[in-house]
Structure formats: C-alpha cells, structure tokens
Design a protein around this ligand. Structure first.
Ligand SMILES: [Zn+2]
Length: 83
C-alpha cells in the first residue's frame, strides 16, 4: 500500500529519535531512509558503532499519521457510532 502522507511524514522526521529502544545496545532508534530504494527504517542512534536496524513499527506509523490524538488509540475495534 502506498501512503504518500506517511512517506512525507517520515521524510520530515528523518534523524528524529523514536521511543523505540535498540535491543542490541539500548540506545534510541532514529528514523532513517535507505538512499538506494528510498525505503524508511529505524536505525540505532549509536550507528556506526551499532548497526542494528528494524522496520518502521506500525505504532510509529499511526503516530506519524496523527492517530495518537484519537480517543481509543490502540483499540482496533471499529467505531460503532451511536445507537
Ligand atoms: Zn544499538
């Protein structure tokens, strides 16, 4: 799925620290972009001393898209509306 808004949001956040911790050394993970294919990923802040990388977690994508401001964030159940 292509999400232009998300790509844009990630592009603006390159180099920013996230709440993710590196499982390898405990440092924070920062948002990085693969210069070759343009894909985004999380890289350890201690790079190049630590070369751990991981995919952008869904929770961070949602946060970037602003879903964290919605009540019930993290609850996948659809909005039932009023009845
Ligand atoms: Zn690390």
């Amino acid at each position: 799925m292509t999400n232009t808004y998300l790509q844009k949001a990630l592009a603006e956040k390159i180099g920013q620290k996230t709440k993710q911790a590196c499982p390898n050394c405990g440092a924070v993970m920062v948002i990085r972009q693969n210069k070759t294919d343009g894909g985004f990923f999380l890289g350890c802040h201690n790079y190049p001393d630590c070369k751990h990388t991981t995919e952008i977690p869904e929770s961070l994508k949602l946060e970037l898209l602003g879903y964290k401001q919605l009540p019930g964030f993290g609850d996948p159940s659809p909005n039932k509306g009023e009845s």
